[in-house]
Design a protein around this ligand. Structure first.
Ligand code: FAD
Length: 473
């Protein structure tokens, strides 16, 4: 029998290749950190088991916002007549081309990222599934890597709850939705929160019938009730069926269709659809990482426990991004990188608790959020002022004939500092930043109230809204 020139597996696996730092995962924190550390002269290895760029680039932010742009174009084209524009014939959506456009945008980001990593001096890219062997060693296939510093950036995936009959039907999640190049006849979306609502509106605009099934009494339950209510009105205005209080959800195959039992307080007890999308939350990718070999602590839901500077309980090991449960967004993951890099390389003691809550929900019009909700302000018991303005009173929205939504801001009555804002309306994912930056400056609301803003914009109405603050009853 001829012998392989390679060393036997048991010998290879004991010889660890030493690095100064190992990074597991190429999501939104890992690559930037890997490059920073390598540029600082450290020998770095970065490991990826699937596609470069992780969720945001391949199955999350970038593809969904690219698809939303196609869906919005179809929506605006259908409304062309409202603007005095005539399109001869009906508006049609070519789903193969929609997907091809999305794939091209994703490919550019993913391949660009991979090239950036591979071209960086002192940085080794390793493809495969990483598992801890002990506190300083990580195994990838037959390779053993060792470093004093290990950074975990493994992200998360769609959660699949054990709902009745789920094993009898096929379902889509945010990853498999990326392969869809046809128009589902009737898409049933389980979950009326951020991911579910984006897909629901997008597919309705592509031309599918869409039903959203939500267990709770309202959509996006983390938001204030008036925001949930307004979002429901916007979506129902586009003929999306919304079923709330679906406390007892079950699935059943019906020929080539599927039946979803929704024990709702109103409406039919069964919804028949052609395709099913599960959008009921995320779970961290931590169960197959060998964390127990390194003694790294996780909480009850599997999130890696970290302190305010993202250190785990094991010295030298850090967790960044969605897997630490301290954020669920690309910008929180990237901010984690900035915090770790500032602490390690600049002696700048940045902390997670320095950041202000900020995110957007990308239905159209979008919801831009910063700081506390009205419910949180009320719960805090402090004296506060509130300002509200419907988008019907915003010139830019009227000029565009897109007047859905409203803006709301909360201010501390004593310190005059802005506590939070919820802006639901055209371009509000951008507008929110004018408020966010004043919050970061820790300046009173009067700074923005006295600022001269450009006309005609949505942002020019923020000072006006602040002019009309009233006590929060
Ligand atoms: C549909 C959808 C839309 C979204 N839209 C937005 C948005 O508009 N804005 C926003 O801010 N956020 C959005 N998000 C959230 C955002 O995508 C995530 O918060 C972000 O990607 C988290 O980044 P991360 O670095 O923590 O991990 P990820 O991006 O998930 O990357 C983790 C990487 O680690 C790899 N990995 C995991 N385990 C191992 C292992 N054992 N060995 C080697 N590699 C491993 C994975 O393959 C993956 O590439 C969206 C999410 C979804 C699902």
């Amino acid at each position: 029998m001829s012998r392989s020139p390679r060393a036997p597996f048991f010998l290879l696996s004991r010889m660890a290749t030493k690095y100064d730092a190992i990074i597991i995962g190429t999501g939104q924190a890992g690559p930037a950190l890997a490059v920073r550390l390598a540029q600082a002269g450290m020998m770095v290895a970065i490991i990826e088991r699937k596609r470069f760029g992780g969720t945001c680039v391949n199955n999350g932010c970038i593809p969904t916002k690219t698809l939303i742009a196609s869906a919005r174009t179809a929506h605006v084209a259908r409304r062309a007549r409202d603007y005095g524009v005539t399109i001869p014939g009906p508006v049609a959506v070519d789903m193969e081309k929609v997907k091809a456009r999305k794939d091209a945008v994703v490919r550019q980001s993913s391949e660009g990222l991979e090239k950036w990593l591979r071209d960086t001096k002192n940085l080794t890219v390793i493809e495969g599934h990483a598992r801890f062997a002990d506190t300083h060693q990580v195994r990838v296939g037959d390779k053993l890597l060792e470093a004093d510093k290990i950074f975990i950036n493994v992200g998360g995936r769609a959660s699949v709850p054990s709902l009745r009959g789920i094993e009898q039907v096929s379902y889509l999640d945010n990853s498999t939705m990326m392969d869809v190049d046809f128009l589902p006849e009737h898409l049933i979306v389980i979950g009326g929160s951020y991911v579910g609502l984006e897909f629901a509106q997008m597919y309705r605009r592509f031309g599918s019938e869409v039903t959203v099934v939500e267990m709770g009494p309202r959509l996006v339950k983390r938001e204030d009730e008036d925001i949930s209510e307004n979002i429901k009105t916007i979506l129902e205005g586009e003929d999306i069926n919304i079923r709330l209080n679906a406390e007892c959800i079950g699935f059943e195959k019906r020929g080539d269709k599927l039946a979803v039992q929704v024990d709702c307080s109103s409406g039919d007890k069964t919804v028949i659809g052609s395709h099913l999308l599960l959008a009921v939350g995320r779970v961290p990718n931590t169960s197959d990482l060998g964390l127990e070999q390194a003694g790294i602590k996780v909480d009850q839901r599997g999130y890696i426990e970290v302190d305010d500077q993202l250190c785990t309980n094991v010295p030298g090991i850090y967790a960044l991004g969605d897997c630490n449960g301290r954020g669920a967004f690309t910008h929180t993951a990237y901010n984690d990188y900035e915090i770790v890099a500032a602490n390690l390389l600049n002696g700048d003691q940045r902390r997670v608790s320095d950041r202000i809550t900020a995110y957007a929900l990308y239905i159209d019009p979008p919801l831009g959020r910063a700081g506390m909700t009205e419910a949180e302000v009320r719960k805090s018991g402090r004296k506060a002022l509130i300002g509200k303005r419907p988008m019907t009173q915003v010139g830019r929205a009227r000029e565009r004939s897109e007047t859905d939504g409203f803006m709301k801001i909360l201010v501390d009555a004593e310190t005059k500092k802005i506590l939070g804002a919820s802006l639901l309306g055209i371009e509000c994912d951008e507008v929110i930043h004018s408020i966010l930056d004043v919050m970061y400056a820790n300046a009173p609301y009067t700074v923005i109230q006295r600022a001269m803003h450009i006309h005609p914009t949505v942002t020019e109405l923020i000072p006006t809204m602040l002019e009309e603050l009233k006590p929060l009853e």
